[in-house]
Write a protein that binds this ligand. Structure first.
Ligand code: NAI
Ligand code: MG
Length: 506
């Protein structure tokens, strides 16, 4: 061993340099990824989708449809029905009828069986759901295949299990369903957000009118087909498509007992105002500006992977994204350099390529919003660094971006960008890190990286966030509750806590 060390040639440490600034890697000619496109041959997408009301697909009253664009090609993928107030009214009535006639009177264990069946059907058609999610919304197939769809199935499995065990969830109390739940979801995790909403509602005996986001309604309509295939009693799940006006018609409908909303803080505030003075229950899961705090004693390479995951996962279209990085001063330069090196290796491009790390921005509107924030960051005086990858000629693609030299008052530090954009600040003491992390109107999720368990407990207890991950980021499980403080919303989804918003306790 000692001899080896003496004779070994000194290894020259070369800084990592990709040989070509393209989305394909080439480590000095050693290896290179080939294209690995996911086949879409077996995928059927209709030209037009109707509303799903009372167990059938029905045309909208006004016969109006709107295009849904594939953000990778910028071409229309299909079109969805625009539900008006009358359509929403029909859906709410169908849900009410199903609530009184079948669902609320069904034995709990039978309800559970239907929910299990939905979970199994999602698993059986997992690949199809993943591909549709990537085509309609732009997220990399690796994520829709490995994260969105399996987690959606897991939520149905988990809540199926609770259906006949509510007496154990609420010992000494009787849990009764509320009635009709109006549910409005965003475009960042379309099928997963549907699962978060529908699974606990059905498990507790409620019926549902759900509106997917206007840019990503496809998997919700495929899910409607599953409801039909599962033989779910008609009207238990109704899917209405449309934009803000359709959502507003659900929120303001007298026949709705509970509103569950995930989306922007701006719309969350509008909904809260509309519901003031009514007896409708609500949960709001809104925006975020998650702090990710890295201490000097953290395992740096692991933390760098975690930072990358926290902000570039799903193009940064994540309400709990770790979009504000706080690094302890002593390791700041090292962390920034390692982040830049790692960013160079990220593959930005076709969401249907299995090697892609960062797919397409969900819509032109969101793409423009992110670019406005990039300009704003530069005009505020921050230093911007972007990975040097080439972007596809077509489609809404954005380079992973870092901003250094920013302060607490910069708008890019304070406002939710919802894109692959990270701001980096430093701190000296734990208290300074905590103060900076809490200096935001949001309080959804964050991360702490340190070798020391006591520091984890100290810091995570003082960050005003619904979720704090330690030495990891973006871990989800149906058994753990999720939700925010401050302008990040009210109420919890997931876990036992996720049953509360759907029951009256007697
Ligand atoms: P949004 O809040 O407008 O849309 C979310 C859902 O609410 C969609 O289904 C939409 O049709 C519906 N909606 C819109 N206006 C409504 C109203 N008045 N009443 C009832 N429902 C309504 O979000 P948008 O405009 O698509 O994105 C804007 C920004 O919001 C993003 O850039 C991002 O910063 C943030 N956002 C946050 C999300 C989160 O999970 N926290 C999810 C989506 C967006
Ligand atoms: Mg909007």
């Amino acid at each position: 061993m000692a001899d080896d060390q003496q004779t070994a040639e000194p290894v020259e440490e070369k800084p990592f340099k990709p040989s070509s600034p393209s989305s394909k890697l080439n480590f000095d000619g050693f290896w290179e990824y080939n294209d690995a496109p996911q086949s879409t041959d077996s995928i059927e997408i209709k030209d037009q989708y109707d509303l799903f009301i009372g167990g059938e697909f029905v045309a909208p009253e006004k016969d109006r449809y709107f295009d849904s664009v594939n953000p990778t090609t910028e071409e229309p993928l299909t079109s969805f029905a625009e539900a008006t107030q009358q359509d929403v009214d029909k859906a709410v009535k169908a849900a009410r009828k199903a609530f009184t006639k079948s669902w609320s009177t069904l034995e709990a264990k039978e309800r559970g069986k239907y929910i299990f069946r939905l979970a199994r059907l999602i698993q059986e058609r997992a690949r199809e759901f993943a591909i549709l999610e990537s085509m309609d919304g732009g997220k990399p197939i690796r994520e829709s295949r490995d994260v969105d769809v399996p987690l959606a199935a897991a939520h149905f499995f988990y809540y199926a299990g609770w259906a006949d065990k509510l007496d154990y969830a609420f010992p000494g109390k009787k849990a009764e369903p509320l009635g009709v739940a109006g549910q409005i979801i965003p475009w960042n995790f379309p099928l997963l957000m549907l699962a978060w909403k529908i699974a606990p509602a059905l498990a507790t005996g409620n019926t549902v009118v759900l509106k997917p986001a206007e840019t990503t309604s496809l998997t919700a309509l495929k899910f409607a087909e599953l409801c039909r295939d599962a033989g779910l009693p008609e009207g238990v799940v109704n899917i209405v498509t449309g934009a803000g006006q359709t959502g507003s018609a659900i929120v303001n409908h007298d026949g709705v007992d509970k509103i569950a909303f995930t989306g922007s803080t701006e719309v969350g505030k509008i909904i809260k105002k509309s519901l003031a003075g009514t007896d409708k229950r609500y949960t709001l899961e809104l925006g975020g500006k998650g702090p990710n705090i890295i201490f000097e004693d953290a395992p740096v390479d692991q933390a760098v992977e975690g930072i990358i995951n926290a902000i570039f996962f799903n193009q940064g279209h994540v309400c709990c994204a770790g979009s504000r990085l706080f690094v302890q001063e002593g390791i700041a330069d090292k962390v920034v350099q390692k982040l830049r090196d790692r960013m160079e290796t990220l593959i930005v491009g076709d969401p249907l390529d299995k090697n892609t790390d960062i797919g397409a921005i969900n819509s032109e509107q969101q793409y423009n919003k992110i670019n406005e924030y990039l300009e704003l960051g530069v005009s505020e005086g921050a230093d911007m660094y972007q990975a040097s990858c080439e972007l596809p000629e077509k489609g809404y693609f954005c380079r992973p971006t870092l901003f250094t030299n920013v302060g607490q008052s910069n708008r890019i530090v304070q406002e939710e960008i919802f894109g692959p954009v990270l701001t980096i600040q430093t701190f000296r003491t734990a208290q300074e890190g905590i103060d900076k992390a809490n200096n935001t109107p949001y309080g959804l999720a964050g991360g702490v990286w340190t070798d020391k368990g006591s520091k984890i407990f100290n810091v995570s207890g003082k960050i005003r966030n619904g979720v704090v991950w330690a030495n990891t980021y973006n871990q989800f499980d149906p058994t753990s509750p999720f939700g925010g403080y401050k302008e990040s919303g009210e109420g919890r989804e997931g876990g036992l806590q996720g049953l509360y918003p759907y029951v009256k306790l007697k």
